[in-house]
Design a binder for this molecule. Structure first.
Ligand SMILES: Cc1cc2nc3c(=O)[nH]c(=O)nc-3n(C[C@H](O)[C@H](O)[C@H](O)COP(=O)(O)OP(=O)(O)OC[C@H]3O[C@@H](n4cnc5c(N)ncnc54)[C@H](O)[C@@H]3O)c2cc1C
Length: 342
């Protein structure tokens, strides 16, 4: 009932760009509030207007930084799990979920060990997990063909740079817009290469947090939204040229001039790497797209359809991608299990 009451205010039938038009006339002002659509991996001309709440929240309440980086949230949760008597096994991939009739009865690990359980919760990337962990005949709605047909978010090309100095005059968050931003977003949505005119985000977090690099040094993180692997771009072939092009653009941003001479460490992650090394389906790091037919009730449910003890959390499930919503999915699943078994 609460949701129905909220529905008229959610503007889900309009795009983010259209909703911004209710507030701003100037094109550049509208565009400056659209980049947040990237957080759900979508074009602001397509993403439901509901998500204009993200840029509102950022500007109204600010953006907070966790000392040491976001990984610290997982670290604290893991400490809590252990304190409460749980066990965590790292570097222990799950090979498959085990079933008896229509009930999950546990998991089999890569090393052959079997762990039996009352409930199974899947946190791996949704479509990869469906494909690899559950036999196709046991997946009602999610055959390989149906997974392929779903809409997926964009991917990202990443540079993680360690430099031997701190860029004190560059802010923590920086968004650099393509000259033709709409065309850039369209190319990504149509699974095309972004070419030479693209938008990107640079984080210079060492101006806020001195724990991220050794004394006097800093870490710089660069994220370029690009097409997911439906694009069939050969990133192994492209990645070195693209890195140089990106560094050329970074060198043009104020104090970053000459950054090449200060690089001590450089790690590149391409959409291909997201898919192969990190098990992200099609490298779509913001997961299933948030178009209306894949949102809310239409998103994979937290209790997998057809099962009473097989649960889903993470960006590809209800309520959606991004850390706050993902923690929301974990809370929903914890409550569901609590209700079932106390
Ligand atoms: C570059 C980048 C920047 C982002 N920035 C933000 C941001 O600023 N704010 C925000 O809210 N979100 C951001 N996101 C999105 C957010 O990080 C993701 O939506 C989120 O991490 C997904 O969480 P998850 O729990 O669904 O999956 P994951 O974080 O991918 O966790 C799944 C885990 O399951 C493990 N796994 C997979 N298969 C198996 C198996 N068979 N056995 C055992 N383990 C397995 C994986 O190794 C992985 O550790 C960003 C994403 C990227 C890539």
């Amino acid at each position: 009932p609460n949701f129905l009451k909220a529905l008229p205010y959610l503007d889900a039938h309009k795009s983010i760009y259209d909703v911004l038009g209710n507030y701003y006339k100037e094109e550049e002002l509208k565009l400056s509030f659209t980049f947040q659509a990237k957080y759900i991996g979508m074009s602001p001309w397509v993403a439901p207007g509901t998500f204009s709440m993200i840029s509102y929240l950022e500007h109204k309440y600010g953006v907070f930084h966790i000392e040491g980086g976001l990984n610290k949230v997982s670290k604290v949760i893991s400490e809590l799990i252990i304190k409460k008597g749980g066990e965590i096994f790292l570097d222990t991939p799950v090979k498959e979920i085990l079933f008896e009739d229509k009930k999950a009865i546990g998991i089999k690990l890569d090393n052959g060990d079997i762990i039996e359980s009352d409930s199974v919760i899947i946190n791996a990337d949704f479509s990869t997990a469906m494909k690899n962990l559950i036999p196709e005949e046991l997946r009602n709605k999610y055959s390989n063909k149906n997974l392929e047909k779903k809409k997926y978010s964009c991917s990202t090309f990443m540079l993680y740079i360690g430099v031997d100095k701190i860029y004190k005059n560059i802010p923590h968050h920086n968004i650099i817009f393509a000259k033709d931003y709409k065309k850039n977003v369209k190319k990504i949505s149509e699974n095309k290469s972004v070419g030479g005119d693209f938008s990107f985000y640079i984080q210079n977090p060492s101006v806020t947090d001195s724990t991220l690099a050794p004394n006097g040094k800093s870490s710089v993180y660069v994220l370029v939204p690009v097409a997911n692997n439906n694009s069939e771009i050969d990133w192994e072939l492209e990645k070195d040229d693209f890195t140089q092009l990106l560094l050329d653009k970074i060198e043009k941003i104020g104090e970053f001039k000459g950054i090449r001479d200060h690089i001590e460490e450089l790690k590149i992650i391409t959409p291909n790497d997201w898919e192969i090394d990190y098990d992200v389906y099609k490298g779509a790091v913001f997961n299933l797209s948030h178009n209306i037919m894949q949102m809310l009730w239409f998103r994979p449910h937290n209790e997998l359809e057809g099962y009473k003890n097989l649960f889903l959390v993470g960006g590809g499930t209800h309520p959606g991608s991004g850390l706050p919503t993902i923690y929301g999915s974990a809370k929903i699943v914890a409550d569901l299990i609590d209700k079932k078994i106390g």
